[in-house]
Design a protein. Sequence first.
Lengths: 225, 194
Amino acid sequence: MDSLDELLKDTMDLHARQATSPQLPARISRRLRRNSRLRAAGVSLIVAGTLTASLWGAAALRGGTVASQPAALATTGECAGLTILVGNPNPGEGSNRGPKEPVALRPGDNTLTMARQDYRWLQASGPCRDQLIVEAPGPVVGVAYVDAAHQADGAAAKRAPFDQAGSVSVATIFTNTTTDSTGQFTVRLTGPCDPGPCPPAATVQVTADGTVAYDGQLATPAPAP
Amino acid sequence: MQQDSAAAAFTAVTEHAVACEGEAMRDDMSEFEEFVAARQQRLLRVAFLLTRDHHRAEELLQDAFLKVYRRWRHEGLPEHSEAYIRRVMVNTYISTRRPRRSTEVPVHHGDLANEAGPSTPTDDGLLVWRALGVLSPRQRTVLVLRVYEGLTDDEIADHLNCATGTVRSLASRAYLTLRTNSELLDRAASVAKD
């Protein structure tokens, strides 16, 4: 090793010693747990979305009342009947943030309360559901990108298309923050809009407040024996 | 009402899926946490030498462990798991075009000037550190793996998924950049005068 290599080695050794982070394993664990919750949400969205769509379809076939259908996001034009539900995946288990039943997005502005490091599913049904994208510029709200294998990625994306799941399409957003804060996400239709991108079909102001625990999952690692 | 039935069914399926996932995850997680704890310090240092930033080093390492965890859950880990994680980390670093803005506060800020330790950076060391920052990500990666990690050029080529000749070329250009760095040359000239 020549003198430059020796100098490089000494320099790297010295600077590398500065990189310490005793809490990093715990932080990695939290991120892994969030990733697993999102993956579970992604899988359950596909299954439950299909089930829900079947029940909705059955209601329509039996001539179910209009009042039993959620409010549509679009009521005119080729997308008339497009509906997007925002759901709390674990409404009865330690989650005291936001409504316990799925809520339909209204055109324009909406508000939503979630916990910190919490997530919600978005389920779209009706016409144009395959043209939807969800956008969250961050940093408080992130989009969980659901890939072709329907695996939700724990990393925060800024935008992602809804994932097609039979007669519904689904997406997941989450609050990517450890402090009480506010953020926003929008849902818009893709396709030619002249000029520029299509305007948001719905905008949601998110308040991230408090913590949430999910049944069946440890909020913190068990103490070492 | 049909809406109540749909919502109830949706909730039941979701709860079940999350509970099942939670149970499986608990078993995997503790084993993986041990795996992380045993390796994170060494890998964090490599990440810091690559990114030269505590925030980005932590994010890079978290990203790498997340990718490895996904493979762990489906296929188990390959042999030489630490080398595998290092390879994932290196490729994640090189493929990242823009650093993702961190939304979390890093838990430790190393301050070189305030560190109390057996040695403090010499002027030459600081110059070299700055000069390393001028290198391209691939050049710096090659030097970190070669000098700090002690890998052979073949091993580095495996990490970067390129030919050994490419590694040597990157190293050669990196050394040339360092040796012709104006600050280092000035420093060498002033030492020669003394």
